[in-house]
Every structure is written in structure tokens, then in C-alpha cells.
Design a protein. Structure first.
Length: 388
């Protein structure tokens, strides 16, 4: 199966990306931008709604590998081109398990790496929980930073330098006692992006967007067309597979809903499936703790009222679809660049909308895990990251 790096390295791969709305040239991407159809996100970010709003989405994390950092370098460079605001959408409603750096520092060693955990490791590994629902303890965070400081000082000729940098990160992470993990890692990442990338643009968490009601209309429209969404999504996945391309997503099941729910008893993140009972469509799930959940989506299966009041629902990987009218364009990561091809087809075939342009930085082809943004910050003497 061809990867994103393979597509970026071949003429036919670049042509395929271009055909599906994915751009690899920054100037061409900027030329295609138009003001957002809706100003809701611009208003929430307190920026000019008449300008061009470009976002990059990222799970909240305490560190990031080189290909991930490339997205943020691209955001900084695009913001310098003119009338473009590059915003960060922090995904705090995803599984903590889905990112290597979501709950720990990964410290390289002579033979293997080890993790310095910001929450107890068992809490992450025992259940699928969103970082916004993982409470932190100051003592655990301070112990992780102590490990980080010891590691960094052992690799630096002037230990006072990394120790000061660790202290800066620790101060940001512990500013609010008992803050959820999502807030702690967002604070760490914000410092790293400022210091190492030079990016200090506006940002917002996905939970804040949902709380403000920004995505509700788009998700309800998605739900009202869910049968066609499943068909178009699965057709697009099959087309990519037939072309020897790994779309990074699997076909959707017949009971698919783009919805997740976190159990109020143990915070386990559950996939909600559709089930018809009488005249109503329900979003249902059973938690490992034994509780059954059923949320009424109405007779047309497209009303989120019953679920919204819980404050514990979230959205799956279809998020770029629901952002489409809120932004001028977006910067993809390695996985989103590929399943974004699938989601763009859903937008076109089902919702009859032209997807906003997607930018893929060349740096996404880098598969290096050796020097992460945190490691670079602590031990490298090189200047901040340059071109993406």
C-alpha cells in the first residue's frame, strides 16, 4: 500500500492529491483561500471574519514528532504570506491512547526509551478515556518533570540551561492544580510551539467549540444523511484501496454514527451506534461497567438535543467535514491527509459542498522519531525550526 510519502514522491500521487483538493504548494494553497462561509469560529477566536482562516488540528500532547511539528511550521509560514490567520484546534475529545505523547514524555535511552507519565500509566492503559476527563495530580506531574530534568541535564554540558527550560514548562503545566490532562498538555505544547516553532496564533479546544454550539448544525446535517454518508465513505475507501493507497480508515458499519460518549461513572469513551425503536432512532452503547446508554436522535435520527445536555459527547474522525464552512482551508497531518481524501468525497457526493483546500507540508514525508520538539527544545543548540 502506498503511503502519503509515496504519493508526495510521485507525479501520479501528486496529481491524485490535487484532484481531491489536497495542495502541496503553499502559494497555490493561499491563492485558493476564501473567507469562511460562516463566521462562528472566527468570532470565537476573536479574529477578523473577513480574512482567511486556516487551521491545523492536533490532539493535545506533551510533545510531537518531526512530521507533526511540520504542520505548525507550515501554519507559521502561511500566516506570514498575507491576509491569513493560522489557528490551532486542539482535539481534547479524542482518545488519550491515540497519540504517543498524549500523557507522557518519551525519553530516549541507550537501548530503549522510557515514559515519564503525567498521569498514572494504569489510568491511561486500563480504559479508553478522553484527556479532558483525566484529572491530574500535582505530585505526579512534578515527578514527571523531575525525570525530564534529570534526563536533559545528563545530556547537556551546561545543565543550568535545560533545567531552566524544564522549569518554564513545569510552571505552565502546573499553573492550575487538578486541571484535566488536556489543559496540562496544551500548556506544555503551547510553550514548545512558541519557543521552537515561533507560532503563537489563536487556538481553541474542540470541547470549547462544541460547548459554544459551533459544530451542532453540521453534525445534525451529517446525521440526516447518514445512510448516504456511509455509502459514499465506503465507496471512497474502496477506491483508494483499489488504487493501492492506504486511506488510514476502515469502512463504516451499518449502524455507524459519528458520535462518541464518555460514561459518567468511569469516563470510558464509547462508540455510539444507531438503533431504531418504534418511531425513533437512538444512539446506543453499553459501557464495560455494565451501564446501558440510549440517546434519542428523533424520528429522523438527526437531533442532538438529548445528547448535548450531557456535556459528555464528542465527534469521531469526521471532524474536518464539520469544520468545512467555518474555515478557509486547513493543514493536514500524515493520517488526516489520507482520510481527508475520503471525507472530501463525502462532502461532494452527499452534502453537495466543495471542500475547502487542504495543505500538505513536505515535512509530513519525514518519518523521523529521533528528535521530537521537546527533545530539540532541551538539548539542541540549533535555531527554531525553519521551512516545513
Amino acid at each position: 500500500m502506498r503511503t502519503l510519502a509515496d504519493l508526495l514522491a510521485s507525479d501520479d500521487g501528486l496529481a491524485l492529491l490535487e484532484e481531491r483538493g489536497v495542495v502541496t504548494d503553499a502559494a497555490a494553497f493561499a491563492e485558493r483561500l476564501r473567507p469562511p462561509v460562516r463566521t462562528d469560529l472566527a468570532d470565537l477566536l476573536d479574529i477578523d471574519p473577513r480574512g482567511h482562516l486556516v487551521y491545523t488540528g492536533q490532539q493535545v500532547c506533551a510533545d510531537m514528532a518531526a512530521p507533526t511539528a511540520a504542520k505548525f511550521v507550515a501554519a507559521r509560514e502561511l500566516a506570514a504570506l498575507g491576509d491569513i490567520t493560522a489557528a490551532i484546534l486542539w482535539h481534547d475529545m479524542d482518545s488519550t491512547r491515540s497519540d504517543r505523547y498524549a500523557a507522557r514524555f518519551v525519553l530516549p535511552g541507550p537501548t530503549r526509551s522510557h515514559g515519564a507519565w503525567l498521569v498514572p500509566r494504569r489510568r491511561v492503559e486500563s480504559a479508553d478515556v478522553e484527556p479532558r476527563f483525566l484529572a491530574t495530580e500535582r505530585a505526579v506531574i512534578e515527578a514527571a518533570f523531575a525525570q525530564l530534568a534529570d534526563w536533559a541535564c545528563s545530556r547537556h554540558d551546561a545543565p543550568e540551561t535545560p533545567r531552566a527550560k524544564v522549569a518554564q514548562l513545569a510552571a505552565a503545566a502546573t499553573a492550575d492544580d487538578g486541571a484535566p490532562l488536556a489543559q496540562v498538555t496544551r500548556a506544555i505544547a503551547t510553550v514548545l510551539l512558541s519557543e521552537e516553532v515561533g507560532l503563537e496564533g489563536p487556538s481553541v479546544a474542540a470541547s470549547e467549540m462544541v460547548g459554544a454550539g459551533l459544530l451542532v448544525d453540521a453534525v445534525e446535517e451529517y446525521l440526516s444523511n447518514i445512510d448516504d454518508v456511509v455509502r459514499a465513505f465506503n465507496e471512497a475507501v474502496a477506491e483508494l484501496l483499489d488504487g493501492g493507497i492506504d486511506p488510514q480508515v476502515r469502512p463504516l458499519p451499518p449502524d455507524y454514527l459519528p458520535l462518541r460518549y464518555s460514561c459518567p461513572d468511569d469516563d470510558t469513551r464509547l462508540r455510539l451506534g444507531s438503533e431504531r425503536r418504534g418511531n425513533d432512532v437512538l444512539a446506543v452503547a453499553t459501557c464495560r461497567c455494565g451501564r446501558d446508554f440510549a440517546f434519542n436522535l428523533g424520528g429522523d435520527g438527526a437531533t442532538l438535543d438529548d445528547l448535548r445536555v450531557t456535556g459528555r459527547w464528542s465527534i469521531d474522525v469526521s471532524m474536518p467535514v464539520h469544520h468545512n464552512e467555518l474555515a478557509s482551508g486547513w493543514i493536514a497531518g500524515r493520517s488526516t491527509a489520507l482520510y481527508g481524501l475520503v471525507l472530501n468525497e463525502v462532502l461532494r457526493r452527499v452534502l453537495a459542498r466543495e471542500p475547502v483546500p487542504v495543505f500538505v507540508p513536505a515535512g509530513l514525508a519525514d518519518d523521523s522519531e529521533d528528535e521530537t520538539l521537546l527533545i530539540r527544545h532541551l538539548v539542541s543548540s540549533e535555531p527554531r525550526l525553519a521551512t516545513s
